[in-house]
Write a protein that binds this ligand. Structure first.
Ligand SMILES: [Zn+2]
Length: 129
């Protein structure tokens, strides 16, 4: 059985829904939602509202903690690579693969293994092979 976790929305318990209600009649309370998985904020909150609440409270602090962008980030021909696939709908085993450069429009053939490998293109768009 998967582990239950709490929604990380700081105001989750303030939304009055049936599934948040706990306790006996004379001591009713609303609690933070608890589930095995969530869809929002990378699986950490139960709803778009809780995601917005989280960002309102913690967003600026997170940017300060992890570092703000203080000068423009730049895409050049060196970091403009993405992997692409040419589908052959008549015979899928004949699909072809290539690295594509958004700025120069250059194409370099790839094997399917290179296409499937997340490290073929670095996180910042450089061709690593
Ligand atoms: Zn929530």
């Amino acid at each position: 059985m998967s582990q239950l976790k709490y929604c990380q929305g700081p105001k989750c318990h303030t939304y009055d829904t049936k599934d948040r209600k706990r306790g006996p009649k004379d001591n009713k309370r609303n609690e933070t939602r608890r589930r095995s998985s969530f869809y929002y904020l990378n699986g950490n909150v139960c709803s778009m509202q809780c995601q917005a609440d989280w960002f309102d409270v913690y967003g600026s602090r997170a940017l300060d903690h992890f570092g703000r962008i203080t000068q423009p980030r730049v895409m050049t021909k060196d970091n403009a690579w993405r992997v692409r696939r040419n589908y052959n709908w008549d015979n899928r085993s004949q699909d072809t693969f290539y690295a594509y450069n958004y700025l120069t429009e250059e194409r370099r053939p790839l094997t399917q293994q290179q296409y499937d490998n997340a490290n073929t293109i670095t996180e910042d768009g450089k061709l690593a092979i």
